[in-house]
Ligand binder design. Sequence first.
Ligand code: PMV
Length: 314
Amino acid sequence: MATASAPGKIILVGEHAVVYGRPAIAAPVWEVMATATITDRMLGTGCLLVAHDIGLQQPLATLPDSQPLAAVTRLTLAQLGLPPNPDWQIELRSTIPIASGLGSGAALSAALVRAIFAQAGRETIPAQVSELVYESERFYHGTPSGIDNTVIAYGQPVWFVKGEAPVALTPKCSLTLLIADSGIVAPTKEAVGDVRRGWQTDPARYETCFDAIAAITHEARQAIEVGDVAQLGCLFDANQVLLAQLGVSSPPLERLIHGARAAGALGAKLSGGGRGGNVIALVEPERAEPVRQALLAVGAKQVIRTRLPGAYDD
Ligand code: PMV
């Protein structure tokens, strides 16, 4: 038997622009998690894939490659030189809200890859997990930048540029964030597609916007590394203005963002594909509770509090 898990994730700054080669910063969210457990089945019965949260209980052999979990299972088995249909039950569970920008799909795939490696008695390295998950992510996103699989596979805050090795970031001081779910399901693929159409129609305007987001992302890295939490909050707000200009914000997201700021957040923005999904608010720990209450009062369906540890934490 083998068990493995993987965290959810948030994008702190740089989403959408990251698809166009600009940097972004993302962080794992360990308060929510996907877990994969593999147990042996009777000889000759083949592989059964069970994913409780999406109502999947089906033999691997009957699932098409367009099913991302089946695809990542096959890719991993092939990479390890294992038979394509081992006598295993693979059971997946997740506490990560689905389709809300917290990387639920990538986390399920990452947990699955790690569990298959463990079952085969093999060690995993983050780059390998990331690459296998990326393959399955393509079914969710169309043209993913690769940021989701990277941050989830590395399990620590990362500076990410498409096609480059990620750089692990350690905040100087710990960061407290509230993640507020708008309850609106908005496929990332659609928001990414709309931005692409806008960019094709008016490349100059979009490139200027992406460059401005990149400048904010560079400043955010510095703020994180020197521990300037107030400055990071201002950069969240500046990034949000540009995301709204790209057309990926929405009235419900703006309500959550303004509610958080009015209750004392240092800054707030959408995180991920936008339109729906989640908003993140950076807070001083002592303001976390009033901001959480304010977010619920303006329509958040759920608020997760997370903390990115700082370099000098115990
Ligand atoms: O919706 P999410 O959290 O999976 O994030 C998508 C991030 C984008 O930059 C919009 C797309 C991408 O592939 O990077």
